[in-house]
Design a protein around this ligand. Sequence first.
Ligand SMILES: NC(=O)C1=CN([C@@H]2O[C@H](COP(=O)(O)OP(=O)(O)OC[C@H]3O[C@@H](n4cnc5c(N)ncnc54)[C@H](O)[C@@H]3O)[C@@H](O)[C@H]2O)C=CC1
Ligand SMILES: N[C@@H](CC=O)C(=O)O
Length: 842
Amino acid sequence: MTPQHDPGQARPFRVMKFGGSSVGAADRLFQALDLIARERQAGPVAVVVSAMADTTDRLIAAVDAAAAGLAADPHVDAIEALVVGVARDLTDRLQRAGLLVHVPEDLSPAIAELMRPLRQLLLGVGLVRERTLQTRDLALSFGERASVLVVRALLVARGVDAVAVDARDWTVTDDRFGQATPDLGASALQLGDLSAAWSGAVSVHTGFLGRTRDGRTTTLGRNGSDYTAALLAQILGAAELQIWTDVSGVMTADPDLVLEAYPVAHLSQAEALELGDLGMILHPRTMAPLIEARIPLRVRNTARPADPGTLIDVVGTRDERHPVCVVSTEDLALLDLETRRRLGHERIGERALRALANAGVPVWVGTAAPRDRAFAVAVARQDAARAEAALSAEFGRTTEGEPVELAPIRVRQPVTLLTLVGEAMGRTPNVAGRFFGALGQIGVLVRASAQGAGERSISAVIDGEDTATAVRTVHAAFNLAAQEVNLLVLGKGTVGRELLAQIAAQQQALASNQDVFIKLAGVVDSKRAVFDPAGIPAAQWDVRLQESHVPPDIPALLERLRRLPVPILVDCTAEDTSAVYEAALACGIHVVGANKRPLAAAWPIRQGLMDMARKRHRRWEYETTVGASLPVIDTLKGLVRTGDAILRIEGSFSGTLGYLAGELSRGVPLSHAVRDARARGYTEPHPRDDLSGLDVARKALILARELGMELDLDAVAIEPFAPPEALGHDDLERFFLALAEQDAAVAARIERMRQAGRVLRYLAQIDPSAPAGVPAVRVGPVEVEPDHPAARLRGTEAFVAFTTDRHRAYPLLVQGAGAGGAVTAAGVLTDILKIAMSLRGR
Ligand SMILES: NC(=O)C1=CN([C@@H]2O[C@H](COP(=O)(O)OP(=O)(O)OC[C@H]3O[C@@H](n4cnc5c(N)ncnc54)[C@H](O)[C@@H]3O)[C@@H](O)[C@H]2O)C=CC1
Ligand SMILES: N[C@@H](CC=O)C(=O)O
């Protein structure tokens, strides 16, 4: 099709299309007129308008009412009132803004006059009680015609020369009412004749409408006004088509699901076609005129005209890194067909698609198993029953009339079709790996999948309940936005408080530099809880918790947490939280814990939690349970996974006991040193757990169990650090008094060691091949020689030595601060980030 614009004309046309939201309220229409006036100054402009707001729906309701013998006039009255109201409001606004060059005549008589034949038509429908598509198309035409009347009149009043064009006068279509197809050549000829009369004025066209050669009104189907605009742009040889709507362009994902979704700056026409197939932007047939004529399209927001919107042209973006959009098509049903034996030459997919087409069921995606033994097809949920019936009928017998063994059709619903779209996909390796990897990491099951033949899209059918998390995760995995993780923090003691402070300090940097957004959804202490799905500002958690009267109802909080993207329970308590972990993991929540007790619980409980995490594809991270932020557990896991044989693990696992030993050597009495260690946040909530050796025994047990040793705490040989008679009291003050009674005896023992040239250390040993009758795990105080590696430890330093098959001559050493709020909290944060980063799909 040759462009029809006059080559002698200085600048080619710009076509501007305004949708129902842009013309259906005075403030938006005010903006639209302004945009048209400005664009007019830059060159010739043609405008296409839709029906105002919900006018089309009302017209359908009017026709339905008439056909049912009910009054249709109230619907027409409402439409008239809307149109007249918008026109009046807009006139007032233009007047107040000093933009009227003349006060327009009251439009209500003209609008009433326009609607008269509609009322007659509806009367006729009521009489014959018959509602054909042809009648409906004629009735619908009044919506766009009313918009044109108002827009033209007020443009003129605003000083912009404008002519009203009924697009039926140039859009020549076939007679498929409700979904007519224009004849480009005939339409171009008609438009050529009409346009001569515009003589430089802005032409304002009805969208959506056409007319058959014999003069009957048609409509162009879904997004028909866009189609009119694209056709007009093609015939006029326009420089650009602008679609003005209520969003600032094509979004990277559904903004209702992904807060960080943002408009894509630049798309190729091929990408737009792909998105159009998924129901986004323009219907594919609307894209056709733009593709044929290579006309760029801009999607802009009438309410935010300064936003650049999305440009769609032949080349698209040069950004190789990002796919373009994540599209979620919800409320679908997946039908699985499986033959029990092959159907000879018949193709199950072909037959299924044909049967569905014959039944008028649109198919979103269909995928076949190799050699066509099985076929899965996704259809709208509302079509599921019809689809199932059509398929059952189709596969009741072979084409030769013989019965076939088709397994019962499985219908799964609701499901969502999740599609990643982008040109870069065909040029970037491992897109599919990252896409499915990201879904797998969050435990989303893929029920069916398809990769677009054009390598522009990849789709997965997933369970409807996984939609929000999956969209957010895939969106984040492809660097389209920061990965959001939601935390519920239990315990605001030394570690919990420090963790919250570190999150407050790092939140911004993590979002900007690592694309990870750590959201604090809730904080719980032993008396109350605060929870806010929108996020608690990390600097305000303390005040919010103090003001809260919500009891710490953990099951209810987990229920709320699990609904947020990447939910993580962070355990900074020292309670037995095994049951909480079980509930969390079971409902899809990841766990990060500094708390040793669930790991040191009875073997079946600990194993049950591990199994639950594995089964639910959730992570349980607990690096800080041994050696605070020292990489002890990760190191051990690495050794085990790479097949090294662990011969022995030994070390000084307790920062507290290391610190106390040092203080005692300096002559500080035991009770003073313990008070001091507690004040510094080194000890367990009750220091007895350190002094009795229980805390170190738990750590040793945690490590032994990493080796697969099925031991319980009672199998650990424990010798306490302090005399047992000092350890009986729960009450802290009485505990310290009892401890003070031991100060002299302990000091004497230390002095004796000093004179013998030895120092006191509290050591643990794990010997996986200990002979029967000898405890494989032992913890207790040891008087070490000055050349022992533990003798050189300072302050809260801990160390763990792994003697293995590969590290036999020189044990692998992990050493550093083994206790303290700051280091432990940093280790907890690192565990949280491990989960967040692994979901980033990098
Ligand atoms: N402090 C350290 O250096 C290290 C501590 N850990 C572990 O971290 C955990 C926390 O230690 P700290 O912060 O030092 O102890 P802490 O005693 O200062 O804090 C524990 C907090 O948990 C709260 N709490 C108790 N029951 C609760 C419940 N049911 N729900 C919510 N909160 C509850 C307590 O009120 C207290 O505020 C312990 O399990 C400890 O073994 C691990 C490595 C190092
Ligand atoms: N009290 C513990 C804290 C870390 O687990 C220790 O000192 O090691």
